[in-house]
Design a protein around this ligand. Structure first.
Ligand SMILES: [Zn+2]
Length: 119
């Protein structure tokens, strides 16, 4: 793991990149406008990528309703926790809902450990 970020933020970045990929594919299709079939294939794939990103955005919406909203103790902004352990969307502070990990979350050792081990 190179960099940690909130799960919802990660999925959102993925959905956004899908839209860009879709537009790039459709843009390449324009170069083949003399070949109607090739252009159509590019357009269909580009459209599929954009549809896929819409599906992913819808999925984020579903996940958000299941996520627990909390106020981050570090930056005092409201954020959402997905699963047992997640990161703050704003400052990447590790947050937990697990009572076993409670009390340890502001320990510097735990913070350092959570950056090197995958939870
Ligand atoms: Zn925060």
């Amino acid at each position: 793991m190179a960099k940690y970020s909130s799960k919802i933020n990660k999925i959102r970045t993925f959905a956004l990149s899908l839209i860009f990929v879709g537009f790039i594919i459709m843009y390449f299709g324009i170069f083949f406008r003399t070949h109607f079939l090739v252009m159509s294939i590019f357009m269909i794939f580009g459209l599929l990528a954009i549809i896929a990103s819409t599906v992913v955005y819808f999925w984020i919406g579903m996940l958000s309703t299941r996520a627990v909203q909390v106020v981050c103790p570090n930056c005092k902004k409201p954020t959402k926790i997905l699963g047992r352990v997640d990161m703050c969307m704003h400052c990447n502070e590790p947050l937990t809902l697990d009572p076993n990990l409670e009390g340890k979350e502001f320990d510097e050792n735990y913070n350092r450990k959570s950056q090197t081990t995958k939870l």
